[in-house]
Design a protein around this ligand. Structure first.
Ligand SMILES: NC(=O)c1ccc[n+]([C@@H]2O[C@H](COP(=O)([O-])OP(=O)(O)OC[C@H]3O[C@@H](n4cnc5c(N)ncnc54)[C@H](OP(=O)(O)O)[C@@H]3O)[C@@H](O)[C@H]2O)c1
Length: 328
């Protein structure tokens, strides 16, 4: 009999996530059925969407009280009753916040790809940046692309892809140190520290010719200020709105939305789970750019299953630089 240590949902946060919203337990896992395999969970992907799943039904139902926290993760197969997933194979999938999980499907990790890469640049995070830009943003050489959450997992990759496409790229991030990293290490053209500079003033300063593409990871006031400065036929990629995830107050609408009409702008949301068939294409492109030294992927790793709740909090305080993971 295999046991699993789990982090569970103790209560639904109303505003900011508290450590007391989580519980922990140890359960015996059921014996494997045909088609199932047992994963030794080695890494967890810590994603802002988990905050939504703790409180609301969104594109997936909310997590039940007492249930394991839903999460992507990666690890090695220890036992298997599925011929496609043999013992010893490394995979990523949705094990939840626990150290062992019974699954019936996952994605094999190719040889030479580390767990950290599989859950960042070659996983959902990289795919989100890739699909958002390829399908919605479509940046052209010389256009101005603005990326919020620029020093985070998705934003750091999105901005670098836009540079590879020949655009002028401006980031927004929450500290001077993050802005320096985005410009000096990732090659963005400029970066606005939105905590020390007024967002509207920063956008006017760095985007004198207006904004053609906006990769929105934060929503709220940043989206509103971007909308005031878009060019004709601008494309707004509605990827996330982290500034609104942990507030119980009704969100205020962007007052400048009306500008999308005369500017003939496109605003399009997407959920990456609908685009998993693009994973091979994205990984191939990203792998080539990494080999050419044009794409840098950074991870921010916390140690131990018990650190997962604090790692989720880090996304909201901005403690992370790059993609946030937990090494179980
Ligand atoms: N549509 C999809 O399918 C999909 C898939 C994956 C992710 N997403 C979304 O993509 C966004 C980025 O996700 P990620 O996993 O890469 O997270 P991340 O960017 O690595 O981490 C979140 C970052 O958000 C910033 N932040 C936190 N509170 C903020 C606020 N009030 N205002 C502005 N910025 C704030 C923090 O950076 P600073 O220090 O710079 O503030 C923090 O580092 C999230 O909105 C997420 O929900 C969407």
């Amino acid at each position: 009999m295999v046991t699993s240590r789990r982090v569970t949902l103790a209560s639904r946060p109303q505003n900011q996530v508290a450590l007391s919203d989580f519980g922990s337990d140890e359960v015996e896992l059921p014996p494997l059925q045909d088609g199932e395999f047992l994963m030794n969970v080695e890494y967890l992907s810590i994603d802002p969407t988990i905050r939504g799943w703790m409180s609301y039904d969104t594109y997936l139902p909310k997590i039940g009280i007492g249930d394991v926290i839903r999460s992507a993760g990666a690890g090695e197969i220890l036992e298997s009753r599925n011929p496609y997933f043999p013992v010893g194979m490394r995979v990523f999938g949705m094990p939840g916040w626990q150290d062992h999980a019974v699954l019936n499907g996952a994605v094999p990790i190719p040889e030479g790809v580390t767990y950290e890469q599989a859950l960042s640049v070659f996983g959902v995070t990289g795919l989100t940046a890739y699909v958002g830009l390829e399908d919605i943003g479509k940046p052209q050489p010389g256009e101005t692309v603005v990326v919020s959450g620029a020093a985070g997992g998705v934003g750091s990759i999105a901005g670098q892809i836009a540079k590879i496409k020949g655009a002028r790229v401006i980031g927004l991030a929450g500290s001077e140190q993050k802005c320096r990293w985005v410009v000096d290490e990732l090659g963005f053209d400029d970066c606005i520290d939105y905590r020390s500079e007024d967002i509207g003033r920063g956008l006017s300063r760095t985007c004198p010719d207006g904004i053609d593409v906006y990769f929105d990871n934060v929503g709220g006031e940043t989206l509103n200020e971007v909308l005031a400065r878009i060019n004709d036929h601008a494309r707004i990629i509605l990827c996330g709105a982290i500034s609104q995830y942990d507030s119980s107050a009704p969100p205020t609408g962007p007052a400048n939305l009306i500008n999308a009409i005369p500017r003939r702008a496109l605003l399009k949301g997407f959920i990456i789970l609908d685009h998993m068939d693009r994973a091979a294409e994205a990984s191939q492109a990203m792998g080539a750019w990494m080999q050419e030294g044009r794409l840098v992927a950074k991870t921010y790793v916390r140690e131990g299953l018990e650190s997962a709740p604090a790692a989720l909090q880090d996304l909201f305080t901005g403690a992370n630089l790059g993609k946030t993971l937990v090494r179980v």
